[in-house]
Design a protein around this ligand. Sequence first.
Ligand SMILES: [Zn+2]
Length: 134
Amino acid sequence: MIMPHAFRLTLGMDLKQSILTYVKQKGMKAGSLLSCVGCLSHASIRLANESKSLELVGPLEILTLTGTLTPEHVHLHISVADQSGRVYGGHLQDGSVVSHTAEVCLAEYANLSFTREPDTATGFTELVVEELEH
Ligand SMILES: [Zn+2]
């Protein structure tokens, strides 16, 4: 039911876009981001309930990365630490750039299908879970 995946990203790669590309290439219908350790040279993070984003200049250590993987969209939340150990976190956006390396581990769920549909209650597209028959 759960299929593990692992890969490494290298200098200059966009963290969010690279994970989405991997999900598309593998044809994953549903999954989760399990772990990611590495470094960013730049982080673009949307804050809770804010339209503004936090733009951080590295070096930044990736402490955690978690999220939900759908075929056309990855919803990821990240925490990073700067050189003094101060931690920032929020919703990962495009424009967060890997420096040196990022080690990514994912889980794919063979029995589930994740999609996103507009939800008038939130104003966003929200996760829709479907259980696949076997
Ligand atoms: Zn989010």
